[in-house]
Design a protein around this ligand. Sequence first.
Ligand SMILES: [Zn+2]
Length: 388
Amino acid sequence: MQRWVLIIVSLLCLSPSLFSQQNAREEVYDLRPYTHPNFTRIAVDIGKLREYHSDTLFTPDRIYIDIYQAKLNAILHNKVISVNNGYVNQIRIAQKNTTTVRIVIDLDFEEIKRYQVFHLFDPFRIVIDIYPDYADLTQPPTEATKAAQPTKSGYSMARQLGLGVARIVIDPGHGGKDPGAIGKKGTQEKGVVLDVSKRLQKLIDSNTELEVILTRESDIYVPVENRPIIANQKRADLFISIHANANPRKNYSGVATFYLNFPSDASVMEVAARENATSTKNISEMNSILREILREDKLKESRELANRIQDSIVGHLGKNYKNITDLGVKGGPFWVLIGGDMPSILVEISHLSNSREENRLRTPEYRQQIAQAIYQGIIEYIHSLGKG
Ligand SMILES: [Zn+2]
């Protein structure tokens, strides 16, 4: 006799018209399992309300949940989280097709009493609770959700220049609760840089065989420390973080590109402090970390990539716009550039704190020019390796 009982299989039924109004795929950005003495809870974080369906499959035993109109954040692609607590073996998550994300829980139905799938709001998340055979069901679970650290698994091989460049990770800065810099007209850095990143992705996709991965594809919060981890997991050959700058002096403007190094001057520290602000770690911790991780080959290649991109942006914009200031290429202590095994740069495409540049950043033409310039900088860098 099967001792497990299915209590709830939720199917959120909403009219199709509601979804056609918001048919954009929403990003699934975290998967958090917790083993409690009485049950196992798996929380799946999604930015907005999504329709989902769950069911069971046998030989081997598993529960699956399909989330519709959804896409996975890059850090979760084909992720397997092992639980191994005696009744849940592991959790797998993958993009099943272009619009469906599937979560599979491998478990042993003989060892569980029941399970339930339901959702919670603000932010929208799907929760799967699984009770082992020995669970005391008179003690219902509380919403015990301690913040879980994402597992820092996945480690890429050291980059070998001889292999050339096949894969590029583009990192649109900030997102979600972190807007980044905000201009006088209310233009938010997180939105501008996501748009520029998508334009850049499109250019690379349609003109080359290179694979492009974005660290975020929508307005979600991704901690800066996770971004190079995504690049390592994807075995990326280049990492390009895209930002828009801010400066207390409103007349200050221009384009700058950074690579990871000790700061060359005080102005770099200002930019780094601002861009690092969302990180939990502080700058004093960084010097010792920097000393450990700064490798000569990565530094040299990063500086070279930074030079190509900086020259390309300044050259490109200079042809079409007046007063484009070349703030140059500098080394600086940026968290987002630490930990990636590949040449990594951060580009400040213009200043949102400057009215003229904020106005320009609001236009699709200017964004496209910048994307085009970064694209050409990347291509020139690859050619310089003699492999492109
Ligand atoms: Zn930024």
